[in-house]
Design a protein around this ligand. Structure first.
Ligand SMILES: *[C@@H]1O[C@H](CO)[C@@H](O)[C@H](O)[C@H]1NC(C)=O
Ligand SMILES: *[C@@H]1O[C@H](CO)[C@@H](O)[C@H](O)[C@H]1NC(C)=O
Ligand SMILES: *[C@@H]1O[C@H](CO)[C@@H](O)[C@H](O)[C@H]1NC(C)=O
Ligand SMILES: *[C@@H]1O[C@H](CO)[C@@H](O)[C@H](O)[C@H]1NC(C)=O
Ligand SMILES: *[C@@H]1O[C@H](CO)[C@@H](O)[C@H](O)[C@H]1NC(C)=O
Ligand SMILES: *[C@@H]1O[C@H](CO)[C@@H](O)[C@H](O)[C@H]1NC(C)=O
Ligand SMILES: *[C@@H]1O[C@H](CO)[C@@H](O)[C@H](O)[C@H]1NC(C)=O
Ligand SMILES: *[C@@H]1O[C@H](CO)[C@@H](O)[C@H](O)[C@H]1NC(C)=O
Ligand SMILES: *[C@@H]1O[C@H](CO)[C@@H](O)[C@H](O)[C@H]1NC(C)=O
Ligand SMILES: *[C@@H]1O[C@H](CO)[C@@H](O)[C@H](O)[C@H]1NC(C)=O
Ligand SMILES: *[C@@H]1O[C@H](CO)[C@@H](O)[C@H](O)[C@H]1NC(C)=O
Ligand SMILES: *[C@@H]1O[C@H](CO)[C@@H](O)[C@H](O)[C@H]1NC(C)=O
Length: 743
């Protein structure tokens, strides 16, 4: 049997979970028309009756011909059930575009739960399946059997060749029962059962070719190295994220001579990468040692691994450079060394890569290494097969090569950010295949071109791009666009409001239709477009530091996503990626897990006139409101106190007048307030929350008409303006005392 998902794994370096699905689709049994053995039908029916099936996946499980039931496959001649495939197929739910680039654990998308089979009654799964004596293939992966443990009847299925219990189908300890399945060739327990302290049952599985126990806590298993080392038929071994520790160095002779795929990523080996047993293994095709706490320099013997296709050593403490001995690694397709202390000149580095594999390279990730430029490595010019390239932060100080577009036209993820690339972008990028492109924090000049047609994420922020945006971006799938910190002029194009997917879908699924738009620090002019404020899903709008004029429209209240108060985030979410947000007077970095809670409106540093519309108080979800540095006049609406979730409010540097509404003091979530440099007057409202804020005086500075604590200026009994009274006031002392205590 060919390695399932092999190619998919190559192209999805960090993804071990989901890509494999694509290539293993169940083949219809030859004799699916045959009627089935009555006792087996009864067993299946009883099994079904014990399950909840919210998505109706087992709707075909009725009638006599159980071989026709979905997921059931019978032997053509005997009619016995030989295969039961009840995998809850994740590909149906997940957005494959993104799966390619992000490490996915359970929660890229929790909608698998909706189609997961579950147990109707508490306790263990019923044992009726034990009657399927001829079963060779059982896949129950990614269901939800209510945290029950792996049922002991599995031990009776002596003919099993393939057992897949991956995903959160079961939990608890792994029992020794799988060890009785001496014919087993494929065993996948990844992402499910949480712990095992004894692996000696593995010794019974001498035919095992594929073992995946990723994310099972094996930290208590004393002898895992030697146990695993007896499985000499293994071709694929995945022990990713198993909390394994240093024992790896006790391996003297590596017995797994047939091994082709070794994944020991995300463990804490704290060991030297110079493991002789490993590097002398000529047969390994895919080696994943990312995030394993390995140190030292990559040995010369690396050059002996002549079958190697994937070399994933990212996020370790490796030093030095790659050896010069690699010339026989002619199949090398993936080189990932990010987040290591690999140093030297990037061009030299690339020239050490085997010449015979040039043109085969599909992925290269060198970000956060100590490699440095200064020239754009011309070697890349020949890498037309490259699909994923990350050379961000490698000090390349050169112009964007003219061959950029043609060579990388087939790439789907390109990250050249954090370099000093200068020059202009090609006039159009529309014929590139890219889905993710990050050119942020360079020094690109000229105009923003039309985008690659299928792009979902594009970062051009923090460059020197100028001129107006194209009349049509030509990128209907765009989910996230970063354009901040450039010199882009013109009005904010209405098409931003039409982009359906301006947010990674896994977030969008949590907050449907959610979108975020960040165009700060450009030179956009004109009014706030009405389409924007009508845009249902926008919960994050940052137009700060532009040249936007006109009033703040009342229609702002149409931003429904800002009206919703979001519940507290689900803890334990693992999203890759973060955004930074300017709030509370500083730049904060939100990871996506808390980012989905951020409801923000930042219009600061523009030329807005008129008043703050009262309707702003309808945006109940707001956490951060920044209107500073405009020409807003009139009073602060009293209704602002309705924004109970507000953590940060900045109205400084406007022309606001009148009194500070006392409702402000009722905002209990406040941790940042700035009202400085306006024309506010009257007594500063008292209230516990206001007095716990930092920098009390600076909050109000530049408003000569304000009086009362925390200012030194006392309020005269009836006067309105500027009555300075030096007689000390008991209350003032009290309040100031409160301030100290509060901090
Ligand atoms: C099992 O989990 C499902 C889904 O969470 C739930 O609907 C069902 O009631 C649970 N069954 C039992 C017996 O707790
Ligand atoms: C087990 O099923 C999961 C999907 O549910 C799949 O990703 C994995 O590759 C399967 N394991 C094997 C060994 O086929
Ligand atoms: C499983 O194997 C163990 C020995 O390895 C044996 O004692 C036990 O009886 C077996 N269980 C079944 C159900 O065959
Ligand atoms: C290697 O595998 C063979 C065959 O299974 C076994 O006899 C031998 O003990 C194993 N060696 C080690 C060091 O585990
Ligand atoms: C890693 O190993 C070194 C010695 O090789 C030891 O000094 C250090 O404490 C270990 N670190 C951890 C976190 O175990
Ligand atoms: C592996 O490579 C090293 C250094 O390149 C060499 O000395 C050694 O003989 C090689 N080992 C094998 C088994 O080929
Ligand atoms: C390597 O880079 C890290 C930060 O990325 C830096 O702290 C370290 O000093 C650098 N080391 C060398 C040898 O340049
Ligand atoms: C590109 O690389 C930079 C620096 O390594 C990183 O911060 C950024 O998230 C990457 N962009 C994408 C889209 O992954
Ligand atoms: C864009 O995506 C569609 C659908 O996935 C595909 O058919 C088309 O070839 C892609 N076009 C480009 C230029 O990537
Ligand atoms: C913008 O780019 C410069 C270098 O080009 C870098 O120093 C700075 O940190 C970047 N700023 C942001 C916000 O990314
Ligand atoms: C960016 O490029 C412009 C002109 O191309 C140059 O004047 C400027 O100094 C560059 N900025 C940086 C940070 O390299
Ligand atoms: C700012 O906008 C006004 C009109 O709204 C325009 O006249 C002016 O040129 C703009 N300034 C810049 C620097 O673009």
């Amino acid at each position: 049997m060919a390695e399932p998902g092999h190619l998919a794994q190559l192209s999805a370096l960090t993804t071990t979970v989901i890509t494999c699905l694509i290539l293993i689709t169940p083949t219809p049994a030859a004799a699916s028309g045959a009627s089935c053995v009555a006792s087996e039908r009864d067993a299946l029916a009883a099994f079904r009756a014990s399950l909840l099936d919210p998505a109706g996946r087992l709707a075909t499980w009725s009638g006599h011909s159980c071989c026709r039931w979905r997921g059931v496959h019978c032997d053509g001649s005997t009619g016995h059930v030989v295969k039961l495939d009840l995998r809850n197929d994740l590909t149906v739910h997940s957005d494959t575009d993104w799966i390619l680039f992000y490490e996915v654990r359970v929660d890229i998308d929790s909608s698998w739960v909706h189609s997961a089979l579950a147990l109707r009654n508490t306790g263990e799964m019923i044992s009726s399946l034990a009657a399927l004596h001829h079963l060779r293939y059982l896949d129950l992966s990614w269901n939800n059997f209510n945290d029950s443990s792996i049922p002991l009847f599995m031990a009776d299925l002596k003919n099993l060749r393939y057992l897949n219990l991956s995903g959160p189908s079961f939990s608890g300890r792994i029992p020794p029962q799988p060890g009785n399945l001496s014919n087993l060739q494929y065993l996948d327990l990844s992402y499910g059962p949480t712990i095992s302290s004894d692996l000696s049952w593995l010794l019974g599985l001498s035919s095992l070719r594929h073992l995946d126990m990723s994310w099972v806590d094996l930290s208590a298993v004393r002898d895992w190295v030697h146990t695993v080392n007896t499985l000499s038929s293994l071709k694929v071994l995945r022990l990713r994220g198993c909390k394994l520790e240093s024992a790896i160095s006790t391996m003297s002779h590596f017995n797994l001579t047939r091994l082709e795929v070794l994944d020991l990523s995300v463990n804490k080996f704290n060991a030297s990468i110079q493991q002789k047993w490993l590097w002398d293994h000529k047969g390994i095709k895919e080696l994943y040692l990312t995030e394993g706490h390995w140190f030292g320099s990559i040995p010369d013997a690396f050059g002996n691994m002549s079958a190697l296709q994937v070399m994933d050593l990212g996020h370790n403490n490796l030093m030095g450079t790659i050896p010069t001995t690699l010339q026989h690694l002619c199949d090398l397709q993936v080189v990932s060394l990010y987040d290591n202390y690999i140093d030297g000149d990037a061009t030299e580095f690339m020239e050490r890569l085997p010449r015979c594999s040039w043109n085969k390279l599909r992925e290269m990730d060198l970000h956060s290494t100590n490699l440095s430029g200064p020239k754009f490595p011309s070697w890349l010019k020949w890498q037309t097969e490259i699909r994923v390239l990350d050379v961000s932060g490698t000090c390349i100080s050169d112009s964007l090569p003219v061959w950029f577009k043609t060579v990388f036209s087939q790439a789907y993820s390109l990250n050249l950010s954090d370099n000093q690339l200068c020059g202009t972008l090609p006039r159009t990028l529309e014929d590139m295949l890219a889905m993710v492109m990050d050119l942020g924090s360079n020094n690109l000049t000229g105009q923003v071109p039309r985008f690659p047609v299928n792009i979902t994420y594009f970062d051009l922020s923090n460059n020197s791009l100028s001129g107006p945006l194209p009349s049509d971006l030509g990128a209907p799938r765009l989910e996230e666009l970063r354009l901040y910190s450039n010199y882009i002029t013109g009005t904010i194009p209405a098409y931003f409001c039409q982009l359906r997917r301006l947010l990674p879908t896994w977030i969008a699924k949590r907050i449907p239709y959610s979108r975020f738009l960040r165009l700060r620090s450009n030179m956009f002019s004109g009014h706030i477009p009405e389409e924007l404020t009508n845009s249902f899903g926008l919960h994050y709008l940052d137009l700060a530091n532009n040249n936007i004029s006109g009033i703040m429209p009342q229609s702002l209240a149409g931003m429904k996503a800002m009206r919703r108060t979001t519940p507290d985030g689900n803890r334990g979410d693992v999203y890759e990626g973060s955004i930074s947000s300017f709030t509370k007077g500083q730049e904060l970095h939100y990871t996506f897990s808390n980012y989905n809670l951020v409801v923000l409106l930042d219009l600061s540093g523009n030329s807005l006139t008129g008043q703050i519309p009262e309707e702003i108080s309808l945006l109940l979800g707001l956490k951060s409101l920044n209107l500073s540095g405009n020409h807003l006049g009139g009073k602060i609406p009293n209704t602002i106190g309705d924004l109970k979730g507000l953590e940060s409010l900045d109205l400084s540097r406007n022309r606001l007048s009148g009194e500070i509404p006392s409702s402000l003091s009722e905002l209990t979530s406040f941790s940042w307030l700035n009202l400085s440099y306006n024309n506010l007057s009257g007594r500063i409202p008292s209230g516990h929350q206001l007095q716990t804020l930092n920098d009390q005086e600076y909050i109000y500075i530049g408003n000569p008409g304000l009086c009362g604590p925390p200012l030194r200026k006392n309020c005269a009994m009836r006067g309105r303006h500027d009555e300075v009274d030096d007689v000390s006031d008991d209350l003032a002392v009290l309040y100031l005392g409160g301030v100290q205590a509060g901090q």
